[in-house]
Design a protein around this ligand. Structure first.
Ligand code: BGC
Length: 769
């Protein structure tokens, strides 16, 4: 068909008003290579309105169901609208970030299952500080996305872990934007290498679940730029995500999904984002404002939204040009996705290979918090396992971030395979106890918010003493679970409950009386208090929520098969009130907060603890190894900063076992003009697996933006003149080498738009005397 005929066809369809999506194609469409402009020109207003609203809602006999829109991937979160006559295919979106969330069983075919890998939660992956690992996981994860017929995975989540109690922290990476941004970028690159898309979420400042749909997050422009937007900026610039999901909350007075300044001025004009923005499911209130703001796609999409958009165009309150622009963006993304390519997906990803990678990734990322007298790796073979979570591990959180795993490896299974013997009597007792607790309680399809942990069995002192007689070590697993929809509580969640404390006390007393070690495994999705009980344990391994191979991965670290090399990407405070955000979490009024003011400002996580001298239980960057490393020969390419500066140093494995080290570069900058945190992470690297005695040279480059802070008075990034100290170490509180450079004259970097400014005065925390 010639171009003219195509145009004629489009004009005809317009005139005849053919709008139904089921209409079969009788002339070339998008799939046949017709250009986007032509397609847009040939679309009716209704088709446009329907394309910018998803089809994630199905109205079944039992009320509305989210997902499963065109039946291709049951349990997926939504689809884009298909318009057959124009050759526009529907595309499928499914949740992450812990793995694909979809139904493992399907009515159509009862002979098989559709399980996806349950990967380690994001907080665990981030503890690897290993972008190459995240890329690798992203590639395998994305392969599953593609092979299960999905186009866009609703991941990664990358909000800042502002406070330990946020129920969704497990879906996020870190309290620090540099870690968050780099982890997300590596994950996105891996995922998108498959030709599938991602949706980076939740943009922005969705740092709590309490009243997430309405709460107004109020913060300074500087906190926004330096902390809450920074990670997204890094991810967008480094990895080109195809889509971004706006968040539910308001930010400085406006819903993020209706905010032109956020979605257009910052995201597109400043960061050059070219993909589409979609709402979070049912996010925001005003579809017309969302269209204008550049929130191109409304998910999961409702008939009311379609009607409002049509009415607004007809009444002149929404310029058709804006709708066309959003349609164009959506088509541009659709054109890059597997459904558009008619990709013939296999439904058979290599789950065995992915399980092996899942296990390795989890083991590589776990953080050894404490290891007195080098109790680990575990030399003894006969162990007593306590705690429900030893037998029934928590592999990931709840809500849309949950994955249906084909199986879960428990700790006794993992230890048995690693050559250990576990106390069988204890095991039998626990398994029966857990079965009894769960009996008669059907597993709901979707669990939201924190989950009340099963009660621990009340073990008598006699039982504990007998197990101390019969075993050579005790392992106690503490479990926690939470997820979207609600935040965690302080009592019985952040802190151990009475039962757990008593259990720990009794086990510790009985085993220590016989000179036998006690090891605690933390199987948690968010930070908990450790100060009250940590003295009772000889070793503490932070396993976070390690995905389906949980027991194997934990056993790999306990046995020494994997030398731990994870480091905390989030601080563990001594007590909850030490968290700088705790004074304003989850906002006011506490039971139904309409507003939350980020008074701690830029002093989030370690930026606060280090600047204000508040000692944490375990500092940001902390993590022990079975070997040791020497840091030496730190050198700077120059003693003065010009456009950039190279930092090199040598890391040597000085221990007796192979291992990897996370090398962290912090900067202490002059603070004459504006407040500065005592230190800020500016770069990090992870060594290869080093044999004892082997060295590796690490190189970092610092650019102007790395040494700059956001100067609100000028709406620009600025590096103050003066003396800068480069501090390289194994943790934020374990600096091994320092070097100083000078900036003879203040330098101004990128200037940004004066947008998203707070509408009220904030009592910002400051370290100015
Ligand atoms: C969550 C998103 C998720 C979406 C679709 C929302 O409730 O906040 O993270 O992608 O549902 O399931």
């Amino acid at each position: 068909m010639t171009i003219n005929k195509k145009v004629l066809y489009l004009v005809l369809t317009l005139l005849t008003g053919i709008t139904a999506s089921a209409q079969q194609r009788t002339a070339p469409g998008l799939k046949d290579g017709v250009g986007i402009e032509e397609i847009v020109a040939g679309m009716s207003l209704e088709e446009k309105a329907r394309l910018v609203t998803g089809t994630g809602m199905r109205f079944g006999g039992n009320g509305p169901v989210i997902g499963d829109a065109d039946g291709r991937v049951p349990g997926a979160a939504g689809n884009t609208f298909s318009i057959a006559r124009l050759g526009i295919p529907g595309t499928v979106m499914a949740d992450g970030p812990g793995g694909i969330r979809m139904e493992p069983f399907r009515r159509k075919d009862s002979t098989r299952s559709w399980y996806a890998t349950a990967w380690p939660v994001s907080t665990l992956l981030a503890s690897s500080w290993d972008t190459a690992l995240l890329r690798k996981v992203g590639i395998a994860f994305g392969n599953e996305v593609k092979e299960y017929g999905i186009d866009i995975i609703l991941a990664p989540g990358m909000n800042i872990q502002r406070d330990p109690l946020c129920g969704r922290n497990f879906e996020y990476y870190s309290e620090d934007p540099l870690i968050s941004g780099n982890m997300a970028a590596a994950m996105i690159r891996g995922l998108q290498l498959n030709g599938t898309g991602v949706s980076v979420k939740h943009f922005a400042a969705n740092n709590q679940e309490t009243n997430r749909n309405n709460v107004d997050v109020v913060m300074s422009e500087r906190a926004l730029r330096e902390i809450y937007l920074k990670g997204f900026e890094i991810a967008v610039k480094q990895s080109g995500p195809l889509t971004i999901m706006s968040s539910y909350n308001k930010l400085n007075g406006h819903y993020t999904s209706e905010n032109l300044e956020l979605l257009t001025t910052i995201l597109r004009d400043e960061w050059k984002f070219t993909g589409i923005v979609m709402t979070d499911w049912f996010g925001g209130k005003d579809p017309v404002a969302q269209m204008k703001a550049g929130n191109d796609l409304l998910m999961p999409g409702t008939p009311q939204q379609v009607q409002k958009i049509i009415d607004a165009v007809n009444s002149g309150t929404l310029d058709i040009g804006i709708l066309d622009r959003n349609v164009r963006r959506i088509l541009t993304v659709i054109r890059q996705l597997p459904s558009f390519m008619s990709y013939s997906y296999s439904n058979k990803p290599d789950l065995a290979a992915h399980a092996a990678l899942e296990r390795a990734a989890a083991a590589e990322s776990m953080v050894l918090l404490k290891n007195e007298r080098k109790i680990l790796p575990l030399k003894v073979k006969q162990v007593a396992l306590f705690g429900n979570a030893s037998y029934d591990p928590i592999i990931g959180g709840t809500g849309s971030g949950a994955t249906n795993a084909a199986y879960t490896v428990s700790l006794p299974q993992g230890l048995l395979q690693a050559g250990y013997t576990v106390d069988e009597g204890l095991k039998k007792m626990y398994l029966e106890w857990i079965d009894r607790q769960k009996a008669g309680k059907p597993k709901p399809r979707l669990i939201l918010g924190p989950v009340k942990m099963l009660a621990e069995p009340g073990l008598s002192l006699e039982q504990i003493t007998t197990s101390a007689d019969n075993n050579q070590a005790a392992i106690i697993t503490i479990g926690r679970n939470a997820g979207e929809g609600a935040d965690r509580k302080k009592e019985g969640d952040f802190y151990l409950d009475e039962q757990e404390t008593t259990l720990l006390k009794n086990i510790s007393a009985a085993f220590h009386a016989k000179g036998k070690p006690v090891i605690v495994i933390l199987n948690i999705g968010g930070v908990i208090g450790t100060a009250d009980w940590r003295d009772m344990a000889d070793a503490i391994l932070l396993a976070w929520q390690p995905g389906q191979e949980a027991g194997n991965a934990i056993a790999d670290v306990l046995s020494g098969k994997t030398t731990p090399s994870g480091k905390l990407a989030t601080t563990f405070p001594l007590k909850y009130e030490d968290s700088p955000a705790s004074r304003n979490f989850p906002g006011m009024p506490a039971d139904n907060p309409r507003k939350v003011i980020y008074e701690e400002d830029i002093y989030v996580g370690y930026r606060y603890y280090h600047t204000f001298g508040v000692k944490p239980a375990y500092a940001f960057g902390h993590g022990l190894s079975y070997t040791s490393f020497r840091y030496e020969k730190l050198s700077l390419s120059s003693s003065g900063f010009k456009d950039s500066l190279q930092v090199t140093l040598t890391i040597t494995n000085t221990g007796t076992t192979t291992g990897r080290e996370v090398v962290q570069l912090y900067l202490a900058a002059p603070a004459k003009k504006i407040d500065k945190p005592a230190i800020e992470l500016k770069a990090f690297a992870k060594t290869a697996l080093l044999q004892p005695g082997r060295s590796e040279t690490i190189r970092f480059t610092l650019h102007l933006k790395d040494i700059s802070s956001f100067d609100t008075s000028r709406q620009a990034w600025m590096a103050e003149e003066g003396s800068y100290t480069v501090k390289v170490g194994a943790a934020s509180d374990d600096i091994r080498q320092t070097a100083v450079f000078q900036l003879p004259k203040e330098l101004t970097g990128e200037k940004v738009h004066p947008v998203l400014l707070p509408q009220e005065k904030i009592q910002q925390l400051s370290n100015r005397k």
